[in-house]
Write a protein that binds this ligand. Structure first.
Ligand code: CP
Ligand code: NVA
Length: 310
């Protein structure tokens, strides 16, 4: 008997997404990517629909992948710069949500304060997508696991080591996503930059500062040491993080010739990852970046065109 997977009304964070919903999104992403590869185009399921893209921080991938995802599904997206929207300053977050709900069919927001994305969802009558906050980056984690699934053919039972700032938004969402699909996660980070203890407890991940933790892993993942909004801490962080660089030696310590090296990008080459590894045989950095669009098309198809999750 086929059970119906409950529909999502927003995509705010992975704690609100069940494992079956997450798998449903991965399968839908697969279908849409296959359809485009097979036919050269997707069915225009979002014809006449528009997505607002609110940005309080810079972006390359998130902006362009959402815009092109909408275009490829027959819809339209428009960018709203930090100066224009003044989220919570020029206008209340709730009023921004109410106004945009009358013009468009979905809102994607990249914000500093995670509460702003939650407040947008509370007042909007259209779906809201978290395009990165100081707390989390769920769209990235969806695309990341889509990439691992595509590259390795499975997710369950694989081990992923996240090396670097284990307390940041990308690490937080990756931990939530990977534990949802039965992957084992090791976070290898310096003291003071470990994931939230509550998240560690509920996800059952291994946390260590010892780089020996990379031995035998299937995926090695890193992100910048200084995230957007933390620029004042850059010097202090540069003193702590260099031992946690992903370089050839660290890749060799995994002992896995089929290792996947991942980074959400943008990369600070020469800091958290060397050129030799970013451009090396184990790197999937660019398929990973390209999959942002394919994974997000699944979100748009589900949230805006009401395509069910299967
Ligand atoms: N990975 C990611 O979100 O990239 P952008 O900041 O360029 O959107
Ligand atoms: N942790 C990084 C991710 C960028 C996509 C940041 O927040 O700047």
């Amino acid at each position: 008997m086929n059970t119906v997977i409950p529909a999502l009304s927003d995509f705010l964070d992975l704690q609100y997404v069940t494992a079956e919903q997450f798998w449903g999104l991965l399968r839908l992403a697969r279908e849409l990517k296959d359809e485009r590869q097979r036919l050269g185009q997707n069915a225009p399921i979002l014809a006449g629909k528009a997505l607002a893209l609110i940005f309080q921080k810079p972006s390359l991938r998130t902006r362009v992948s959402f815009e092109m995802g909408m275009v490829q599904l027959g819809g339209h997206a428009f960018y709203i710069s930090p100066q224009e929207v003044g989220l919570g300053t020029r206008e209340s977050v709730a009023d921004v949500a109410r106004v945009l709900s009358g013009y468009c069919d979905g809102i994607m927001a990249r914000v500093f304060d995670h509460n702003h994305v939650l407040q947008l969802a509370q007042s909007a009558t259209v779906p809201v997508i978290n395009g990165l906050s100081d707390f989390s980056h769920p769209c990235q984690a969806l695309a990341d696991l889509f990439t691992v699934w595509e590259q390795a053919g499975r997710l369950q039972g694989l081990t992923l080591a996240y090396v670097g700032d284990g307390s940041n938004n990308v690490a937080t969402s990756l931990i939530m996503a990977a534990s949802k699909v039965g992957m084992k996660v090791r976070v290898i980070a310096p003291a003071g930059y470990l994931p939230d203890p509550a998240l560690v407890a509920e996800s059952g991940i291994l946390v260590t500062s010892d780089l020996e933790g990379v031995a035998g892993v299937d995926v090695l993942y890193t992100d910048v040491w200084t995230s957007m909004g933390q620029e004042a801490e850059r010097e202090a962080r540069l003193r702590v993080f260099p031992p946690y660089q992903i370089n050839r030696e660290l890749v060799a310590r995994t002992g896995n010739p089929d290792l996947l090296v991942m980074h959400c990008l943008p990369a600070h080459r020469g800091e958290e990852i060397t050129d030799a590894v970013a451009d090396g045989p184990n790197s999937v950095l660019f398929p990973q970046a390209h999959n942002r669009m394919h994974a997000q098309k699944a979100l748009l198809a589900h949230l805006i065109a009401n395509i069910p999750l299967k």
